[in-house]
Design a protein around this ligand. Structure first.
Ligand SMILES: [Zn+2]
Length: 305
C-alpha cells in the first residue's frame, strides 16, 4: 500500500516537472482565455517579468557603456530546438561576454530564444516579436545555480516592429525552422543551417531600459537584470507567422508564447540614454523654446502696433 502511494507521489512529481505541464492560452482560438497560474514564485513573486516600460515613469540613469565581446563572431555550430515553449538556439563556439552598464561582473551568453508577440511592452505598445539573449553571471557554474541569486542572470530583450522589410537575421533562423516544427521533432536539437552572428539580431544598443525582474517561464526565478533596448528592429508578419507553426503537441501549434504583464510593485525602472539620444532630446527642447519665443514676440507685436 505504502509502495503504491510512493510510486504515485513520484510519478506526480515527475509529471509536474515535465515541460508540457505548463503552457500559454491559445489566444488565436479564444482571445479571452485567461493566462494560467504556473505556481510557485510565478504566482507569489514580487519582482516578476515582463512589465510595461514607460519612458515617462522611468528613472534617468547614467552608466559606463555596455561591452560586448565576440557577439559579431559568425557561429557555425549553433543548434536549434523546439522545446514546446519556444525555439531556442545554443552551442556558441567561443564565450560571448557582456559587461559594463549597470552590471557588476561578466556575463556569458547561454542561449537565445524568442517570444511571439513581445512580452515587454513599451509605452503600452506590444511588438510582434521579442528575442531573449540569456546570459549567466560567470561567478556561477551553470544557469540553474545562477537562477538562485539576484545577480545570476542578465537577459537582453530585443523587440521587433512590423515592417515590409524582412529581417535577415530572423530569416536565417527561419531557414532551419522546418526541421523542428513538428511535434515529432520536439526536444530534438538540429544544426542551424545558416551561419549567424548574435550581433545580427541587435545591431547596436544605444539606449535601453534596465530593471530587476524574473524569468518569464517557470520557475520564474527573480534572478534577472533585464536590459531592453529602446530601439526596435524590423520584422515582417510573414516571418513571425513562421514561428506560430511550431507544434507543442500532436497537431497543436504554439500560436503565442508571451506571458501576461506583471505588477511593477514600485520597482525602479531605469532609462539609460546615449549622449546622441540626449542631444537629440535637448535639440527638440531648444526648438520648442525658440518656437515659444517666436510666438510670444508675434503676440507682443500684435498688441504693441
Ligand atoms: Zn524568454
Amino acid at each position: 500500500m505504502h509502495f503504491i502511494a510512493v510510486v504515485l507521489a513520484c510519478s506526480f512529481v515527475a509529471l509536474s516537472g515535465a515541460s508540457h505541464e505548463w503552457g500559454y492560452p491559445d489566444l488565436d482560438s479564444n482571445q479571452d482565455e485567461p493566462f494560467p497560474n504556473w505556481g510557485g514564485l510565478c504566482d507569489i513573486g514580487k519582482k516578476q517579468s515582463p512589465i510595461n516600460l514607460h519612458v515617462k515613469g522611468a528613472l534617468k540613469g547614467e552608466f559606463p557603456s555596455l561591452e560586448f565581446k565576440n557577439f559579431d563572431e559568425h557561429q557555425k555550430k549553433l543548434e536549434m530546438v523546439n522545446n514546446g515553449h519556444s525555439i531556442q538556439l545554443s552551442g556558441f563556439e567561443h564565450e560571448l561576454s557582456l559587461s559594463g552598464g549597470a552590471l557588476l561582473g561578466d556575463f556569458v551568453v547561454e542561449q537565445i530564444h524568442m517570444h511571439w508577440w513581445s512580452e515587454h511592452t513599451i509605452n503600452d505598445i506590444r511588438y510582434p516579436l521579442e528575442v531573449h539573449i540569456v546570459h549567466r553571471n560567470k561567478l556561477y557554474p551553470n544557469i540553474s545555480m545562477a537562477a538562485d541569486f539576484p545577480d545570476g542572470i542578465t537577459v537582453i530583450g530585443v523587440l521587433y516592429h512590423v515592417s515590409n522589410q524582412p529581417n535577415p537575421a530572423i530569416g536565417s533562423i527561419i531557414k532551419s525552422l522546418d526541421d523542428v516544427k513538428k511535434y515529432s521533432a520536439m526536444n530534438k536539437p538540429t544544426k542551424v543551417k545558416d551561419s549567424l552572428a548574435v550581433s545580427d539580431l541587435l545591431s547596436s544598443v544605444d539606449g535601453y531600459f534596465t530593471y530587476a525582474g524574473s524569468l518569464t517561464t517557470p520557475t520564474c526565478a527573480e534572478a534577472v537584470t533585464w536590459i531592453v533596448p529602446t530601439e526596435t528592429f524590423p520584422v515582417t508578419l510573414d516571418q513571425v507567422n513562421e514561428f506560430k507553426e511550431i507544434e507543442y503537441d500532436e497537431g497543436k501549434q504554439l500560436h503565442n508564447n508571451y506571458r501576461e504583464l506583471q505588477r511593477e510593485n514600485n520597482r525602479a525602472v531605469v532609462l539609460v540614454q546615449t549622449s546622441q539620444q540626449k542631444s537629440a532630446a535637448a535639440l527638440q527642447l531648444h526648438c520648442l523654446s525658440l518656437g515659444a519665443l517666436l510666438l510670444l514676440s508675434l503676440v507682443a507685436n500684435k498688441f504693441l502696433f
